[in-house]
Write a protein that binds this ligand. Sequence first.
Ligand code: NDP
Length: 256
Amino acid sequence: MTSNRFDLRGKVAIVTGGNGGIGLGLAHGLADAGADIAVVGRNEAKSKAAVEDLKARGVKAISITTDVTDKAAIAAMVDRVVRDLGRIDILINNAGMSIRKPPHELELDEWNTVIQTNLTSAFLCSKLAYPALKASGNGKVINIGSMMSIFGASFATAYAASKGGIVQYTRACANAWAPDNIQVNAILPGWIDTDLTRGARKQVSGLHERVLARTPAGRWGDIDDFAGIAVFLASPASNFVTGTAIPVDGGFSVMA
Ligand code: NDP
């Protein structure tokens, strides 16, 4: 172990959806601790801006335009990270989206889109990055769940199913890969101010006020609230922590 348990210098991280929102907040934490970063997303302009932002923190950063629902594209992305950055130590499965409809109105193709983007993508990225994570000797997988991993909401039909699935998938991988010294954990964000929730606040009336009233911290989360947990779960500091689902929610999940 290094003398600084939180030191990520020499490590390489993939962050899906790392070009904005919570993914960029997680990437900031990793870069500030010294990790080189591969940003994975579809929007090239957003990815380019994120890479410049991360490079300015003194690390190598690349962007790889990838749709995380496409297995062949993920395989090519993983190969490119190993080729260009040399290794993979950290995988953050963060890319996600929602289609907000009650169960009786959600169409099958909408269900499939949400499940494939939020859950199947984590399976594919983890499976395809596994050989490199194992070769790292101390691999780390961080999956992004949600308060919908714990609670339900009438408008979060496929979303809640996908985020509940992420927690159970995390536990399965933690068991499977412990012998390889790979730790697999989930982060459950509370309500965070991003493009995703800006959309939700437009669609769901009263949401903004309800979140404020129900969050003990008395505020929405910010993407910077994710830098610390990213470093902890990606570093040797968490080597005996695996299979957990850690809320980063200003107390939302413990408010009676
Ligand atoms: P954003 O909409 O800001 O970010 C979503 C990210 O996912 C974008 O970077 C987007 O990249 C990427 N993405 C979406 N679909 C795909 C795809 N098919 N292929 C590749 N990349 C994709 O939202 P958040 O930052 O809020 O969300 C990040 C994660 O956090 C999600 O998993 C979300 O469910 C979760 N979360 C968010 C909460 C919140 O309050 N904001 C609360 C709980 C969980 P691009 O635009 O380039 O496609």
